[in-house]
Ligand binder design. Sequence first.
Ligand code: V47
Ligand code: SF4
Length: 370
Amino acid sequence: MENDIISYLNLDSNLKKITGKVLSSERITPGDAVELFLTGHLGLLAVLADIVKQRNTGNRVFFNHNFHIEPTNICINHCKFCSYRRHKGEEGAWECSIDEIVKKVSEHAASGANEVHIVGGVYPGRDIYYYSDMIRAVKQKEPQLHIKAFTAVEIDYMCKIAGVSIKEGLKELKDAGLESMPGGGAEIFDETLRAKICPDKTSSEKWLEIHAAAHSMGIPTNATMLYGLIEDYNHRADHLDRLRNLQDQTNGFNAFIPLKFRNGNNAFSDIRETTLIEDLKNYAVSRIFLDNIPHLKAYWPMIGKQAARLALEFGVDDLDGTIDNSTRIYTMAGSDENPSASREELVQMIREMNRIPVERDSVYNVLATF
Ligand code: V47
Ligand code: SF4
């Protein structure tokens, strides 16, 4: 099969070598990833990414029944790509009390969702004990919900303010009911770029350290990469390489989620958004490179449902969830208003691509196969 594909595609010697590696389950290098980005045509990338995807999860594609809570968009940081942050008192700023959060959680939970994803701005002065109270209150009211909460950036700050170590802070949150962490805040790890796009954010090293600490305490996490800003392919390959290296040590990442930069209403609005072709290439190369992270997620509120369908041909095996119109991060940056998908719609989207829809819980246990 290997030789048939290679001769059919008339590949140059570099691509032949990389294709051979993928077909024989050999790990590709960051240099190979750059080569795939630069010269791998879309058809080849789709086939290779699907081969890797099939090894991991067969023809199944996962989704879950979830919603988001965004307690506040008030934030001490000034990430230039962010359309969402406000300072206190600014028009468009919001903050919810813990009581209001619990009320919102219960309203959403009534639809049968099994996961709440809580993330927001880094609110000045709020420490780990404020957030453990928040988690405890949610857990007490809706104990059936899996609580996936707080990026490494939020956790870094809440621990600092409380004067506790990352491990002490994570223990406090875990004891209160935190069960997993989302992958936000990773942006792009290259330090020079990071200084340009999110100068006051938690460093790359610290982001990785916090995820390593979570993994060592039995808290699974996700990882993201914000792409389509000012990075080149070497920066993306470096980002993927740092994640793959950490995963070799900890095995605590469940899913990788590439996040396409959306240019609405932020300081980088003059940067043109990546094309759909570029997005699909990015999914494929990520799937091929990250041979040790089990799931690749296309977050449909960010790229749209049509692109998410197509991504299933490029190594993606997870569409995230129903969302229930509960997140503003991408709407404020130019994505569709009111992001919601019923379970039936997600099943239909997956079936249309000839894949097997599987409803999962937050840690990928199968709840139903359709
Ligand atoms: O870290 C902010 C990104 C992230 C923009 O773990 C932007 O399951 C594009 O991480 N254009 C937060 N991206 C969201 C996030 C996430 C989302 C869904 C699922 C999971 C998961 C995690 O949103 C931030 C930043 O990278 N972001 N602004 C923008 N204009
Ligand atoms: Fe704050 Fe997050 Fe926006 Fe950065 S991306 S400014 S940390 S809300």
